[in-house]
Design a protein around this ligand. Structure first.
Ligand SMILES: NC(=O)c1ccc[n+]([C@@H]2O[C@H](COP(=O)([O-])OP(=O)(O)OC[C@H]3O[C@@H](n4cnc5c(N)ncnc54)[C@H](O)[C@@H]3O)[C@@H](O)[C@H]2O)c1
Length: 320
């Protein structure tokens, strides 16, 4: 028996691979290494494969049979909003075709358990800043659209026997282990670190939003907590009871951009004075997860806060 982790050489996937291995489970990683790093998964079987390639479904079937796969955690996807606006079709090919190939291989081999990486991007620009799973999904970019389409594909497969939990992550940051840190400079915490390393001030895009300090508020969840939510989801599916199949994953508390910069200042041991720039298009003022469903159904809640995220994100060479 083994768990197949697509995108397992990536930032979040590698944290889950390590947790599964700590539980003594067999793991097979499938990753095209477009953004993955093999050194993050030194103990897992690693199959280099593009899930959206024409022969991916048959290759996945062979991997599932060879390794006696019984469950799948699906992380592999492209995840940059701006890039998705530039190359929408490529995002659909990777994220939607890739999932179709994976679901086809699962159906053909009788693998019936899946945890899916969805995103708060499915909500788009909501009217209220506190989002429950019942908030209407109106994604505003191709990335968010591919995640919502992925959820629908899984809902359809669930009508034919798939047991699945979709996790809508909010803002993921920090590192559970130093060697698994987020190396891509795409999210706020790595962007702040990158600016500081280059001797530059962090940039705040807009300080006139209707929030307590005028900067955008988001829900930052520690990647170690998020990884743990996947284990809770797998265990829940294994126990055979599914009350809800989609859950927000966040802390339920918002932090502003200035609060994140303040936490990073403390972790770095130096005061960071940000530069204030104009608002960017498409940034809602506040996005915070209502996490009552995941608390109640999976018994999961975040255990780390912003200071833990900041401390764990600072690499060895930048610590005070
Ligand atoms: N990081 C976040 O803040 C965040 C928030 C919400 C949702 N997510 C979702 O979580 C998942 C993991 O994100 P991450 O931050 O670890 O990203 P990541 O880029 O570090 O990991 C994704 C992995 O998938 C692989 N991959 C991409 N396309 C592939 C393909 N066609 N075939 C095979 N492998 C492929 C990449 O090489 C990479 O190793 C993604 O689905 C992403 O959309 C991430």
């Amino acid at each position: 028996m083994s768990t197949l982790v697509t995108g397992g050489a990536g930032y979040i996937g590698s944290h889950v691979v390590r947790l599964l291995e700590e539980r003594g489970e067999q793991v097979v990683v499938v990753d095209d290494l477009s953004n993955g790093i093999p050194a993050r998964v030194p103990n897992a079987v690693l199959v280099e494969l593009d899930l959206s390639a024409p022969d991916a479904e048959s290759r996945l079937r062979a991997v599932m049979e060879e390794h006696d796969v019984t469950s799948v955690i699906h992380f592999a996807a492209k995840k940059q909003v701006g890039e998705s606006v530039e190359r929408p079709l490529w995002y659909y090919r990777n994220n939607v075709d890739g999932l179709a190939n994976l679901l086809g291989a699962m159906e053909a081999t009788g693998v019936d358990t899946m945890v899916f990486s969805s995103s708060a991007a499915v909500y788009g620009m909501p009217d209220s800043g506190l989002l429950s799973e019942k908030t209407e999904c109106r994604p505003i970019n191709p990335y968010g659209q591919t995640k919502l389409v992925g959820e629908w594909m899984i809902d359809n497969a669930a009508r034919h026997g798939l047991k699945a939990i979709k996790l809508r992550y909010f803002n993921v940051a920090g590192a559970g282990w130093p060697d698994l840190a987020d190396t891509a400079v795409m999210n706020l915490v790595p962007i702040i670190l990158d600016r500081v390393a280059a001797g530059k001030a962090p940039i705040v895009f807009g300080d006139d939003y209707p929030t307590p300090d005028g900067t955008c508020v988001r829900d930052y969840v520690h990647v170690a907590d998020l990884a743990d939510a996947h284990i809770a989801a797998l265990d829940h599916l294994g126990a055979g009871e599914i009350a809800e199949s989609v859950f927000n994953v966040g802390t339920g508390r918002g932090a502003s951009v200035l609060e994140v910069i303040d936490a990073m200042s403390r972790a770095l041991g130096r005061h960071l004075t940000p530069e204030i720039a104009a608002r960017r298009a498409g940034d809602p003022p506040q996005l915070v997860a209502d996490v009552s469903a995941i608390n109640e159904v999976l018994g999961w809640r975040a255990s780390y806060g912003l200071a833990d995220i900041a401390d764990s994100a600072v690499p060895e060479g930048m610590r005070p």
